[in-house]
Design a protein around this ligand. Sequence first.
Ligand code: PBG
Length: 334
Amino acid sequence: MLTSPAPFPAARFRRLRRSAALRDLAQEVRLSVRDLIWPIFLRDGTGAEEPVASMPGVARRSVDRAVAAAEEAAGLGIPALCLFPYTDPAVKTADCAEAWNPDNLTNRAIRAIKAAVPGLAVMTDVALDPYNAFGHDGLVRDGVILNDETVEALVRMALVQAEAGADILGPSDMMDGRIGAIRQALERAGHADVVIMSYAAKYASAFYGPFRDAVGASGALKGDKKTYQMNPANSDEALRLVARDLAEGADMVMVKPGMPYLDICRRVKETFGAPTCAYQVSGEYAMIRGAADRGWIDGERAMLESLIAFRRAGCDAVLTYFAPAAARLLAAGG
Ligand code: PBG
């Protein structure tokens, strides 16, 4: 319930904006480093940090450098990393078998990070696109993205990630029925404590462009993802998807992208009260960083303003490529 203000001049809203101390006291939500999940990109090799051209400040890291990032995250107080592999085009196939290879790049990185920094939560991506000759999140037959066959493949992929020590599995593929199938398989395999963060409301978005460059999927992708990712015009559908994924055993739900979909974050949080996350995706990062690098906006202020918006919209946590930069600013009094 909102109280109606007294008539002017009894109510003067500027009274509480007069000093930093008063503004602090009246502040409704806060951003903490503890709300951030840092997505990082993996590549083969050792000692490698290869810049991603469309995401200035972001690199593809070999496993040893990913461990260094994990140590950096822990030192900054960031609670979780999320791993995305850049896969050698030579191992991309139509059956996507590399996805459930226990020694693939992601699974090796999970083991190395959990061994070095056990307290840091490791999140993974459960989707076939990094391993798919067709660049899609699902198996493709005669140009059609198959649902039920893909779900079986995702279950295999999820189980090897859980086996490798992942704390949070992030199914980002938008196939129907995958949360329930993964949850049941985890229970049966003795991984009852593995968290599922469902990419429940994931839209078919132009804002994923730089990410697809980062993971090397842009060249492989044939067509678009509109038969499985959501139509950006829909909002009730997002609530139905969240309801479905929670009923199937998701522990947390995600809205993606972030900034263009803050209304969805708000509706999801208000309707379900479940742990709700947003993914501030690659294109959102690139827009802010790109403008800041040209001196068109104040990059630090724009970054923190974009992140507090997620908290205001009701999100509990945010996946953001700004995580380490934001953590440093917050530690300095941001
Ligand atoms: C694919 C996946 C995508 C992202 C995370 N997982 C891209 C896509 O759906 O094409 C995007 C993340 C970003 O843009 O930062 N499984």
